[in-house]
Write a protein that binds this ligand. Structure first.
Ligand code: DGL
Length: 267
């Protein structure tokens, strides 16, 4: 289908979406990078989790969200979900060439650079992500770029995002769950862990409590925020307001999820 080019207002909000509350870890980085911008955060908790659905289901859902953001005049969209990015970002860019769409990918590059700096050759990097992210071609292409520079182990973590969706970011049950996921790994042999799902930065302390302080954790939010700022500059879409921007939070499931997002954003 062909779309007419739409003109976006440089003072309009930037839409940020995720399957639920996890994208708040990206929103946090976006606000740090661009404090004057307005943001419209949409958490799709009614359809969560994305990571255990089919690629087609998630792609269809993300298309309908982006269509709605455009209709509401959001000047850009950050897909703050590794799973949705892997399922839909390429197709979204082809369908909406006039729109600034930024995705997120597991922060493998900084993790590999880090282990090289430690001179732990080849160095081991575990990538925790959803089953869909790890299955999809986008991740395999990413891994291929670094596979000769570090020992990279993808670890699908079905069930982990649900803890964050429930607001359970600490406690015995969470730590046990993470311990079981990481059981196959020798703590001394792992150098870095990539938190390749935007929900996981909220359980970073629990991961560290299992693996120890020496294992460095990486998340994709800051890199995505820098890339968003760069893309807005290129598109001439940076705000010219002077005060601090506003954040609006919406959720497809419930007001409790909005309250949870506000709480996570305040951490
Ligand atoms: N927050 C999402 C991500 O970054 C996924 C969680 C889900 O399975 O819906 O991959």
């Amino acid at each position: 289908m062909a779309y007419l080019n739409q003109v976006f207002d440089h003072n309009a909000p930037i839409a940020v979406c995720d399957s639920g509350v996890g994208g708040i870890s990206v929103l946090r980085a976006l606000r740090q990078e661009m404090p004057k911008e307005d943001f419209l955060y949409f958490g799709d908790s009614a359809y969560a989790p994305y990571g255990t659905k089919t690629t087609e289901e998630v792609r269809e859902r993300v298309f309908s969200l982006v269509e709605e953001f455009r209709r509401r005049g959001a000047k850009a969209c950050v897909v703050a979900c590794n799973t949705a990015t892997s399922a839909a970002v390429r197709a979204l860019r082809e369908t909406y060439p006039d729109y600034t769409i930024v995705g997120i990918e597991p922060a493998l590059k900084p993790a590999v650079l880090y282990v090289r700096e430690q001179e732990r050759i080849p160095g081991t990097v575990v990538v925790m992500a959803t089953p869909m992210t790890i299955r999809n071609e986008k991740f395999h292409n990413l891994m291929d770029r670094y596979v000769d520079r570090a020992h990279i182990i993808p670890l699908p973590c079905p069930g982990l995002m649900e803890f964050v969706e429930r607001g359970e970011t600490s406690g015995e049950a969470l730590t046990d769950f993470i311990r079981k996921l990481l059981l196959p790994f020798d703590k001394e042999a792992v150098d870095a862990i990539v938190l390749g799902c935007t929900h996981y930065p909220f359980v970073a302390d629990a991961v560290t409590s299992v693996m120890g302080e020496r294992v460095k954790l990486f998340e994709g939010g800051p890199g995505t925020a820098r890339e968003t700022a760069r893309r807005l500059r290129v598109a001439g879409l940076c705000t010219d307001r002077t005060g601090e921007g506003h954040v609006t939070i919406e959720n497809s499931l419930s007001d409790e999820k909005i309250a949870l997002c506000e709480h996570l954003l305040s951490l």
